[in-house]
Write a protein that binds this ligand. Structure first.
Ligand code: BGP
Length: 465
């Protein structure tokens, strides 16, 4: 039977992980906020599993990358850990073993016929920079990040042609300063807003630096954003619509607009000014943001967001939070992934495609993460000892069908990366939910291809399904 959904030529069929979630902390010279948090509060982490070993990529990257080739991937994203690459955080001087390791990884990816996509920040701020300077609330930390980025561009830019400055920067804002799921777990709206701005500035400054370097001449640089479109409870209720607009401006467009258009959403700026929590910025910084927009966009999509007008009383003792302006809405009948507690709504991928086409200059973009985390996958092990994850294949197919529709209607999408190639460590959830095409036995570190791994191989070979 012929395939129904064929994708553009050269389409990326790949998958993504991050340094802190796959490598293990072997030989690192510094601790990031998660390394530190695990030391002081291991019980927060599912089954007490911390970041020390994760999926052992530091030691097994050669055979791991060979497995990615085996399942037909043509591109692969991971991240360079600031805490591994850099010896001196103030000067950006690299650590010898960090350089050796990332050179090895990049060469191996290329040798196996895949395009390396290297990201520079995946929630992994060096904890020293939090203790010394207040982390992302500090503009000095912004400049230290640019030094780290420059070191990485200089070292690897001859081979890495696709870079990302940040993965899901809004999650840093949410986790560290609003909803307490990243260390230092504060609730501080003012710091959240400054962090939001500083992360945008850090991305633009790193892009500015990138473009001055000889080694980046033929490279491209982007940012990876988790876009969770805000759907109002009712499109007829003007208060619901307003709430959705504010949610979009804070959680999506606060990074999307500066990254692609070089400016912050008006709705957001007005609201923060009215509430007296505006970030501190200078004209010079604003012009750096204006002039250093991305070449491409990565979009992580897992779930939509459903919102309604504020109905509950807002607890003022929390100080300023965006939650003043909306309530989350549990839509009756929504389809859930019960393990992760996230709604499954594939059509949002189409909506995102059209939004990028119509409102963001139809910039080149790719799905940089999409996936389904499932707990207890051992129960799907077949008689040959492999996991039959048909639910994951169905999940991918449904999302790809909507992506295909978006592309057919002109959206400039050049690839689809799943989360994640090999089951990996997931922050506080550790190994609770598995996402990989390849399973990991945590006790033995044995890795085995799941049914979805064989499926993606076919899809990649046929450029569709
Ligand atoms: C994204 C992150 C990843 C990854 C993924 C899956 O938000 O970029 O780091 O963890 O989500 O989510 P989780 O691990 O929380 O289940």
């Amino acid at each position: 039977m012929g395939n129904k959904y064929i994708f553009p030529e050269g389409f990326w069929w790949g998958s993504a992980t991050s340094g802190p979630q796959s490598e293990g902390s072997f030989n690192k010279k510094h601790k990031n906020v998660f390394d530190y948090w695990y030391e002081v509060e291991p019980e927060i982490f599912f089954d007490n599993v911390g970041p020390q070993v994760t999926s052992n990529f530091y030691n097994s990257y050669k055979s791991d990358i060979a497995m990615l080739k085996e399942i037909g991937l043509n591109s692969f994203r991971t991240s360079i850990q600031w805490t591994r690459l850099i010896k001196d955080l103030e000067t950006g001087e690299p650590d010898e073993d960090g350089v050796r390791f990332y050179n090895g990884v990049i060469d191996e990816i290329i040798k196996n016929g895949m395009i390396p996509v290297m990201n520079l920040h995946h929630f992994d701020l060096p904890v020293e920079l939090y203790n010394k300077y207040g982390g992302w609330t500090s503009k000095h930390v912004v400049d230290l990040f640019v030094k780290f980025a420059e070191t990485a561009f200089e070292l690897f830019g001859d081979r890495v042609k696709f870079w990302a400055t940040f993965n899901e920067p809004i999650v840093v804002v949410e986790g560290q300063y609003l909803y307490k799921f990243h260390y230092p777990k504060l609730v501080d709206g003012k710091k959240a807003v400054q962090t939001l701005y500083n992360l945008n500035l850090a991305s633009a400054k790193a892009i500015e630096r990138f473009r001055t370097l000889e080694c980046s001449k033929d490279g491209k640089i982007g940012i990876i954003l988790n876009l969770t479109p805000a759907y109002p409870r009712s499109t007829e209720n003007i208060e619901d619509l307003k709430a959705a607009k504010i949610v979009d401006s804070f959680f999506n467009n606060s990074f999307l607009d500066p990254a692609v258009k070089g400016e912050f959403p008006k709705v957001l700026v007005e609201l923060l000014e009215d509430d007296n929590v505006m970030w501190e910025s200078t004209e010079e910084e604003m012009s750096i943001i204006k002039n250093n927009t991305v070449d491409f966009l990565g979009v992580n999509y897992y779930q939509p967001r459903r919102v309604k007008a504020k109905e509950s009383n807002y607890d003022d003792s929390l100080g300023w939070m965006p939650d003043k302006y909306f309530d989350n809405y549990e839509m009756p009948g929504r389809r859930m992934n019960p393990y992760r507690g996230w709604e499954i709504y594939p059509k949002a991928i189409y909506d995102i495609s059209i939004n990028i086409r119509d409102n963001y200059n139809n910039i080149p973009w790719f799905i940089s993460e999409n996936g389904m985390g499932v707990e207890g996958e051992e129960k799907y092990i077949n008689e040959k000892g492999f996991i039959d994850d048909d639910y994951r294949i169905d999940f991918f197919k449904e999302h790809l069908e909507y992506l295909h529709k978006g592309i057919e209607e002109g959206s400039n999408c050049f690839g689809y990366h799943t989360w994640t190639p090999i089951d990996c460590w997931s922050w506080c959830n550790a190994y609770k939910n598995r996402y990989g095409f390849i399973s990991v036995d945590l006790k033995t570190q044995e890795k085995k291809i799941k049914k979805s791994g064989n499926w993606i191989k076919e899809v990649s070979k046929n450029n569709g399904f």
